[in-house]
Write a protein that binds this ligand. Structure first.
Ligand code: F6R
Length: 642
């Protein structure tokens, strides 16, 4: 893992620190764990202690898993290892669920043979006036062991390392810090709301981290891609504390492909190397060039190509005007007002097939509102154009309803029972029990089954209203209530077999020619990804079973609640008129429990209907800027092979 800062490769010339990119985080984590094991074992041979600097968070979890495996299966011993954790929230009791002590015990220490005396984690229980002294002693203790041999780091979306938030000095030592708002938002899920996340933490300083003999910063997923780009390619600045790592020659960034995706060599490779110009890369480059120069595609010139790193493309595939026309046409052909295919039309240049003219369509919606938020306009169009449209709500979405709404609906149920002269005593008892539970409810406490049922029913009613508004008959509205959703509230290691089987059953009933699924993998809770994987598995298994209908089944992915496809990726663009945008908005409004202030808004302060409208109008503006027609809004899809 030792880096050599001398960068001799043209393709990495924008990178100011050593970077290794792995296929996925599991392979990368194994490599990091292997390096840690090597250091421990080589020091053990000469009777020395290894001093490790450790991090918490989602990033290092698989490194710790691999270290546990190496301990259990390959005899790696931690007897001569001393550890110092980067940080701890302040104030924080060590036995609290969210403490970094609990985290480290559960994820690593309880499963290895480390001497508890050798574990050091900043103390979140100190009196404020004792913190400074503690921090000095923490530094001194690290030094007394001869400093850190290896430091594991993650990176926060603010660019923090440890909890050294923007503004931290390069020579900062261990100290108390105030957490950045984005960091607290990112932690809010663990604490059941941002308001419960401590505002402070004790962290090793940048200077402390710097003294480590080897530093590995890991980052996984697309969510980290933009901060990774800043940390690796940006100017050194206190705005992004991770950029300080550029000053050290002992640092390596270990990334998965997604976290590395915005680095110049992957995002705009034509700027740093000769490329293999696949049709997809040409499309990406031309769209990029048009955007960079703020010009429509058909006005891009030979000089534009040559002056912006695309000379190789111009020479190999030019003249450039032909490339422009080809890409323009390709994008033009993504646009269709007939998302289910245009009957009796030549479909050779259309995203969807003309036949069968009336298709069986199933829209899978991970939560009860993703269908209308992300593809409400297309949903309405498909129904209006006479397709046999079904919608399947994959999960109940019962985590995302406020407790006050539960009480309101319970009051309604008992008042209505009484108004009809029915016995409401059971409902009233349940109501007072529920009120009691809510009055002492802890953040993140899982709801009782009764409460989950009511929350699920609230969302079910809203989903029915939305789907009816989009034009669906009741019998085409399916509530899958996939079991994984409640099960994962209690246990982390689950199989998805029953979810896949239920999905296969529904697919076999509908026999769709078109399946729409959420490809919004950035959903903060990961539910969308699980829901997608279930559909994907179900389709693959049906295909392997050889069902006849599956040969004509196409899978389309939509996005919208959390982020949008990039223009060059879009394979079907469905334009919406101003009236359709309004209709879509009304369909989203049916989801009253998610309006104004949803329980889980993610990072985006905008309401879901606003996000949907702004994203679709942004896509429309991007098409316009490329020189295509100027629409009010566009919903975007990509086709996915299975
Ligand atoms: C954790 C720490 C933080 C995290 C960073 C990334 O001890 O100091 O800097 O490494 O916030 O967090 P995850 O890994 O959860 O994305």
């Amino acid at each position: 893992m030792k880096s050599t800062r001398l960068n001799l490769l043209e393709e990495t010339r924008f990178e100011k620190v050593a970077v290794s990119v792995y296929e996925d985080q599991y392979i990368a984590s194994k490599a990091v764990a292997k390096r840690i094991a090597e250091i421990i074992q080589s020091k053990q041979k000469s009777g020395e202690t290894t001093v490790l600097g450790l991090a918490t968070g989602a990033t290092p979890v698989n490194v710790y898993k691999e270290l546990i495996r190496l301990h259990k299966e390959e005899g790696l011993s931690f007897k001569d290892v001393v550890t110092f954790n980067l940080d701890e929230y302040y104030p924080m009791k060590p036995d609290a669920e969210q403490s970094y002590v609990t985290f480290m015990n559960e994820k690593l220490f309880n499963h290895i043979d480390i001497d508890p005396e050798n574990i050091n984690i900043p103390d979140g229980t100190l009196k404020e006036e004792d913190v400074a002294k503690f921090c000095m002693e923490y530094e001194a203790k690290i030094n007394s062991y001869g400093g850190l041999d290896f430091q594991v780091l993650g990176i926060g979306r603010t660019g923090h390392i440890g909890f050294n938030e923007p503004g931290s000095a390069p020579n900062s030592g261990t100290r108390m810090v105030t957490l950045n708002d984005l960091t607290r938002r990112d932690a809010s899920k663990d604490f059941g709301g941002k308001e419960n996340v401590p505002t402070k933490a004790i962290t090793m300083g940048v200077g402390t981290i710097f003294k480590a003999r080897e530093i590995v910063l890991m980052a996984w997923n697309e969510k980290k891609a933009s901060i990774v780009k800043k940390a690796v390619e940006g100017e050194i600045s206190s705005e992004v504390p991770a950029t300080y790592l550029q000053l050290s020659s002992n640092v390596e960034f270990v990334l998965d492909k997604e976290a590395a995706s915005q680095l110049t060599r992957f995002d705009t490779p034509w700027l740093v190397q000769d490329c293999d110009w696949t049709p997809q890369l040409i499309k990406k480059a031309v769209v990029w060039l048009a955007k960079e120069l703020n010009k429509p595609i058909l006005k891009l010139t030979e000089d534009d190509y040559n002056n912006n790193g695309m000379a190789q493309l111009a020479t190999e595939k030019g003249p450039v005007y032909n490339i422009n026309i080809d890409i323009f046409n390709k994008i033009q052909h993504t646009i269709t007002g007939w998302p289910g295919g245009k009957p009796n039309a030549d479909d050779s240049q259309r995203p969807e097939r003309a036949n069968p003219a009336k298709k069986n369509v199933i829209i899978f919606s991970p939560h009860p509102d993703d269908d209308v938020i992300s593809m409400g306009g297309t949903f309405i169009r498909l129904a209006d154009q006479g397709h046999n449209v079904h919608v399947a709500y994959q999960t109940s979405g019962n985590t995302a309803v406020w407790d006050e709404d539960v009480l309101r609906f319970m009051e309604f149920a008992s008042d209505y029972s009484k108004a009809l002269g029915l016995d409401a005593s059971k409902l009233e008892n349940l109501y007072s029990e529920t009120r009691n539970i809510f009055s002492t409810k802890k953040p993140n406490q899982v709801d009782t089954e009764e409460v989950r049922t009511i929350k699920g029913l609230i969302r079910k009613g809203e989903a029915i209203a939305g789907a009816r508004f989009a034009g669906l008959p009741d019998e085409n509205i399916h509530f899958q209530n996939l079991p994984f959703y409640d099960r994962t509230k209690f246990s982390k290691n689950v199989s998805f077999e029953d979810d896949i089987n239920e999905t296969m059953e529904l697919l076999r009933k509908v026999k769709p020619q078109q399946v729409f699924a959420a490809g919004d993998f950035a959903d903060p809770h990961g539910t969308h990804k699980v829901c997608f994987d279930i559909i994907y598995q179900a389709l693959k298994r049906i295909k392997a079973d050889g069902d006849e209908w599956i040969k004509d089944c196409w899978l389309w992915l939509y996005r919208g609640a959390w982020h949008e496809f990039e223009i060059h990726e879009i394979e079907m663009a469905v334009p919406l008129s101003p009236q359709e945008v309004k209709r879509k908005r009304l369909a989203i409004f049916k989801h009253q429990s998610q309006k104004d202030l949803p329980v889980f808004p993610g990072d985006d302060a905008r309401e879901f209907w606003v996000r949907a409208e702004e994203r679709t109008s942004e896509t429309a503006r991007a098409y316009d800027a490329l020189g295509l027609a100027n629409y009010e809004a566009i919903e975007a899809f990509i086709k996915w092979e299975f």
